[in-house]
Each structure stands twice: as C-alpha cells, then as structure tokens.
Design a protein around this ligand. Structure first.
Ligand code: SAH
Length: 419
C-alpha cells in the first residue's frame, strides 16, 4: 500500500539480470536441493554480483518503490528534531555519532544534516560524525553524491570503513558494510525501511507439525522456481517457533534479531538511542512476503534480482531481542509519531513560505501520503530503543534531595515539548 504507482526502470537490463540470477540459483538448487526462503532472499537482494540492492537498488520515483524521505523533506526534518530533542534530554553529551542502517539514496541523512546545520547554535560545541551501513556499492555512490557532492575517498588503510568523505555541511561521513565495523561510542541509530529488506524464514503449520517453507526448482517447468515444504522439521523450526504460537503461518527474521541485540548492547554500554521506522505488526500477521518492481507487486519467485523483496517487520520480535538491555517504545503509527513531532505546524510554515500553487499542492499531496491512514499513516510504525535511565522517573534515579527537574517525555511517542 505504501509504494506509489508509475515509474519505469531499465526493463531490458533487468530481464537480462533476472535470467542470470535465475540460472545461478537453478544450478545451485539442482546441485544441493531446496534452500530456505532466507537464503533465497539473501541471494536475490544482496548477492555481490547480481543482487537487487547490489546492482539496481531501486529506491525513488524512477525506481521500484518510493519511501517517506523521498516523498517529503519534512519527514527527515522531524527525525532530525527527534535526535536533537533526545540529545538535549540526555544532558547534551559533547559528541555523538549518527549511524544509519540502509540509507538508500541518502536523502534522509541529508535532511537530518540540514536540520543539524540550521540548529547549529543549539548543537554548538557538539562533535557530530555520520556512519552509514550500506552493502550496495551502487547506492553508496548515490549517497556520496547526495551528501558530499561526490567528494569521497576509498579508505583502504582503515579496514572497517570502506569509504569516507565530508558532508556539504562539514560533518565527517564514513561507510561500512556491517554495523559491527562502526566504532563504539555514544550513538543515535536510524533504520528506516531497513529491517523489512532482511531475509526471513517462513514456517507453515501442518498436520505433522511445523514445517519450513523452502524454495526449489519446479521439475515440470525449466528454470521456474516454486515453494515446497521441508519434509521434516528444520533447525530453524526448532529455534524460532514458540510452543504457544497460535498462527498457522509465521515469518521470522533472525538477522533483524541479531542487529537489534547489537544495537541494544551498544546503547546499554555507550549510550544513545535507536529509532526504527518500517511497515510491520506486533506478532500478529502471517504471510507478508512480497516483491515490488516498477512500483507494482511482483511475484517473489520470478526473475530474482530484478525486484525488491520485502516482509513486514515483527516489532514484538525486535522488542524480545532487545532482551531488556534497553527500554523500548512503540510501535506507534507513523501518523501519530509525525503529529506528535509537529508535522502540522511545519506544513503550515512551508505553505506560508511557498509562493506558487504547484509547490503548495505538492506539499499537501506529500503530507497526505505520509499521514493518510489508507496510505502510509497507519501501516508504517515507529519503534525506539532507549537506555533505561532515559525513562526512569528522577525520584527513582536520584537521591531524594537532588534538585533535578523531571525528564522530558520522549518526543514522537508523546508530544514534542521544546523549552
Ligand atoms: N532507508 C532508505 C532506503 C531503504 S531501502 C529509505 O528509506 O529511503 C533498503 C536499504 O538497505 C538500501 O540502502 C539497501 O542497499 C540496504 N540494505 C539492504 N540489506 C542490507 C544489509 N544486509 N546490510 C546493509 N544494508 C542493507
């Protein structure tokens, strides 16, 4: 529902690559049997030679799907305000890293950095750096142009960051393939439409118990893929299905779990916060695996590598994987989060400052895309990890005689209060 219609991509190139990836997968399946949906998704999306994100990475109007930061600058601006408001609530530490997972075209970070620059007097002595976790060489190039005007250098002497540069606003930026490579330190993490792109396992309840859904080659039709069920339980069925599960079909994304564990332990140790925004549910949905190409639904098993494959994020699983190391907030609907962050006021300001009708119409249209419950307002959610002490009432945290004022509520999940 969130993806816009229209737009066109390199169809001939895509068809070509779809063929190459399919042949590669068919060879593998013939040689060693069916693979898990997670393995299939990983190959299709991030295979170093032919993966969808590696080669095509179609975020944006001319690609395969459009995301909130690509729809409106206001989205990134309000997220920028969220980080500043949390930085203030946490006592204005003198340095922080902004770490974005899966930055797409770099638009969201660009909008956030513009806010940081406009509010430089508030952030004055704070030493800020940006750390982008991106597997796609193609998208990292696009991010480099967006954020630095193309002034980047490969970073061979430092094995962890593969590229570095300086933002248009003078902030150092580093690129990594894995969150583990990002240096430790007080950090604000951001994952927008990132977790939905990570590989999922799928399970089906049958009369004989839980079985894992696998991808195999169709013996009747050459080079066509099909879903099959594992003949017996797989290691994943044992590990990921809870005995009290009531659904008949379940999707689990262990990679998301590992990343949330890492974020939670980093925040517990070094401080900061994480903001996750994505479409998803709280452990209630069943089959959400789907593909997008040229803004249209696409059969997940056809022409792998040419379409975005995605599944709804299970926020209840993310909450569980934080393992109590941090507090969690949400999921809260996007329209409520943005309303709490002051989107209405920001829209009014932009409307007042725009002279021409076309810009005003565009502003109203993009507001509707982000906020309308039938569009992105209800299906997208915000979820946060915060150190426990951020939410503790000062009575419990400090000695009774401490004169500290109460902690401000967390913006977005409550109304934004600016002193
Ligand atoms: N956040 C952006 C883009 C979302 S698309 C936006 O909202 O517009 C998903 C992004 O995650 C892409 O940048 C893709 O290349 C990246 N990505 C996908 N799998 C990844 C992985 N395993 N590690 C790091 N980045 C990944």
């Amino acid at each position: 529902a969130a993806r816009l219609s229209s737009g066109a991509g390199g169809e001939a190139e895509a068809a070509d690559r779809g063929g190459a990836m399919l042949r590669h997968l068919a060879r593998k399946l013939r040689a060693s049997g069916p693979v898990t949906v997670a393995e299939y998704m990983r190959e299709a999306l991030t295979n170093p030679g032919q993966g969808y994100y590696t080669r095509r990475g179609g975020v944006g109007e001319s690609g395969d799907f459009i995301t909130s930061p690509e729809i409106s600058q206001v989205f990134g601006e309000l997220i920028g305000i969220w980080y500043i408001s949390e930085w203030m609530a946490m006592g204005k530490p003198n340095t922080f890293q902004l770490v974005e997972l899966g930055p797409g075209r770099g638009t969201l970070t660009d909008d956030i950095l513009r806010v940081f620059s406009q509010l430089a007097s508030v952030l004055c002595k704070c030493d800020v750096s940006v750390h982008l976790v991106e597997v796609s060489p193609k998208l990292s190039e696009i991010q480099a142009v967006m954020l630095t005007g193309g002034k980047v250098q490969p970073n061979p002497e430092d094995k962890s960051a593969y590229m570095k540069g300086v933002s248009k606003t003078g902030i150092p930026i580093f690129w990594y393939r894995d969150i583990q490579d990002v240096p430790p330190g007080y950090s604000f993490y951001l994952a927008h439409e990132f977790f939905d792109a990570l590989p999922i396992h799928k399970f089906q309840r049958t009369e004989k118990g839980w079985r894992e859904v696998l991808v195999d080659i169709d013996p009747e039709v050459p080079d066509q893929l099909r879903f099959v069920l594992s003949p017996s339980r797989t290691p994943a069925t044992q590990n990921f299905i809870q005995p009290e599960e009531t659904r008949d079909h379940v999707e689990v994304c262990p990679e998301a779990g590992v990343i949330v564990q890492r974020l939670a332990s980093r925040i517990e140790k070094d401080g900061g916060a994480a903001l996750v925004a994505d479409y998803g549910h709280d452990g209630t949905k069943t089959d959400t695996f789907r593909g997008f190409r040229n803004h249209k639904l696409h059969d997940v098993l056809s022409a792998p590598g040419t379409a975005d494959l995605t599944a709804d994020v299970d926020f209840s699983y993310l909450r569980k994987m934080a393992q109590g190391r941090t507090a969690t907030l949400g999921p809260i609907k996007q329209r409520e989060f943005l309303k709490n962050m002051g989107i209405d006021l920001r829209l009014q300001m932009l409307l007042q400052n725009s002279g021409d009708t076309a810009t005003r119409e565009q502003l109203l249209h993009s507001y509707d895309m982000l906020m309308n419950p039938e569009k992105m307002g209800d299906c997208f959610n915000f979820f946060a990890l915060l150190p426990h002490h951020r939410l503790l009432h000062p009575d419990k945290k400090d000695k009774p005689e401490s004169p500290k004022s109460p902690l401000p509520p967390v913006a977005g999940f409550n109304e934004l209060l600016i002193k």
